[in-house]
Design a protein around this ligand. Structure first.
Ligand code: GLU
Ligand code: MG
Length: 431
């Protein structure tokens, strides 16, 4: 980051800090998401914001090899007590937190002491991939669906109005908080599992979509706590039950409609989706990164565990939605243990590497039918695919690829001998 940019950021931050102070904001949470999908943070008084925007805030690079349980592993490039990075807040995303009075939040990008981009920075990786997509002429829009389970669950049935009645003050406060933070909600509804809800937001550019899902999650958490509830975003709250997904929708103008392919998909759209489908086993190590993810990934639970696509088929990993106003593709196997920056970047890399046409679409539940390929059934299997993926290795770069792989291997080993319910309990409150 050059001196001019830093000086500009200092001036912008000075103005922002004055505005925040006038609004009663005393502290700013500067957040990033590690390779285990955990949101980590440094906080500063609002009075230090201009300084942080100019010099960055110090943080150890060892967070690149933290596991979801805060154990520290290592990779060929990362680990150990040495070194320091600088965290630079993205002032364009600075948000006053509606459910945490006196607080604001901003995501950070991580640079080294010389001002060079840290090769392990997940958000800069997402930005690089978004720039690749833009250079290829794609104006990609992405959006995450956030599912969570509140504890205590209440009694209302799946998708039941009772559940909304039981939690109407809570859900109203959540709507208010999201709106105050300029997060545009598409819908909130009760989901299948007891106490489960889902919120989806308007699609945005890939980096913004990742920022927003982080902010949505922390907002749900904060509003829940103010109502005496705990919110779990874990892939498997109770082993053997339907879990929490975090599906990713993607679209781009002129990509998924108006073409000669199936359902009007264009040739470029088919190539992109074929690329994603091709890399999906490796992408699972990014989008379903915990041993708990594989408790959720069971057939016939709308989690999309078969490597196929279909028109509005909720059991296909890739569900094509032929909505006239917004034709889009939904990737279902992913969950909220994923680092959303890594995930959007990895999906873009896979899509851009794609070519050719899609296989025939699949209708109906592929379970028990034979002939359909299951996606990896364990974190170890997904990590093997990720290790072998030349596409993802090139896109991530050795440092980031190595750190992600090391964290996956450490998590798989930690739970290698654990019973499913032990895994669910150990990971229930980690994300
Ligand atoms: N809860 C399901 C999952 O684990 C998803 C349900 C839905 O299709 O929204 O992904
Ligand atoms: Mg859902």
């Amino acid at each position: 980051m050059d001196a001019d940019t830093r000086e500009r950021q200092r001036l912008q931050a000075r103005q922002e800090a004055a505005r925040l102070t006038a609004e009663g904001v005393r502290a700013v949470a500067l957040g990033w998401v590690d390779n285990a999908g955990v949101s980590r943070v440094k906080t500063i008084p609002t009075t230090r914001l201009a300084d942080a925007a100019h010099h960055g805030i110090g943080a150890s690079p060892v967070f690149d090899v933290f596991t979801s349980e805060d154990a520290v592993t290592s990779s060929p490039h990362s680990g150990g007590p040495d070194g320091d990075l600088r965290l630079f807040p993205d002032l364009d995303r600075l948000t006053v937190l509606a459910a945490q009075p006196g607080w604001a939040w901003a995501p950070v990008d991580r640079y080294d002491q010389q001002g060079e981009p840290h090769p392990g920075c997940q958000r800069l990786f997402a930005r690089r991939m978004a720039e690749r997509a833009a250079a290829a002429g794609l104006d990609l829009r992405m959006g995450f669906e956030t599912e969570w389970i509140v504890d205590p669950a209440g009694d209302g049935p799946a998708y039941g109005l009772t559940r909304v009645v039981e939690r109407s003050d809570y859900l109203r406060d959540l709507y208010d908080a999201l709106a105050a933070q300029r997060l545009e909600v598409l819908q909130i509804h009760p989901e299948y599992t007891p106490g489960q809800f889902e919120v989806s937001t308007v699609p945005a550019d890939p980096v913004r979509a990742a920022d927003e899902v982080v902010l949505v999650r922390e907002t749900v958490r904060a509003v829940s706590l103010r109502h005496g509830l705990r919110a779990s975003f874990a892939p498997s709250f109770t082993a053997g039950h339907v879990g929490n997904g975090c599906h990713l929708h993607l679209s781009a103008a002129g990509l998924l409609s108006g073409g000669d392919g199936p359902y009007g998909i264009t040739a470029a759209g088919e190539a992109f989706l074929a690329g994603v489908l091709g890399e999906l086993p490796a992408l699972l190590a990014v989008g379903a990164p915990s041993p708990a993810s594989y408790l959720r990934l069971e057939p016939s639970r709308w989690a999309g565990v078969y490597r196929c696509w279909g028109l509005e088929n909720r059991e296909a990993a890739l569900r094509f939605i032929a909505d006239e106003a917004n034709p889009n593709a939904e990737l279902k196997p992913f969950d909220a243990a994923a680092n959303p920056y890594l995930l959007v970047g990895a999906v873009i890399a896979a899509g851009l590497a794609g070519s050719g046409v899609l296989p025939p679409p699949v209708a109906g539940d592929p379970a028990g039918r034979g002939g359909q390929e299951r996606l990896p059934v364990s974190l170890t299997e997904a990590a093997d695919r990720f290790e072998e993926s030349a596409v993802l290795r090139e896109a991530f770069g050795e440092v980031l690829h190595g750190a992600v792989l090391a964290v996956r291997r450490a998590e798989a080993e930690r739970f290698a001998k654990s019973e499913p319910q032990e895994i669910a309990e150990a990971t229930r409150w980690r994300w």
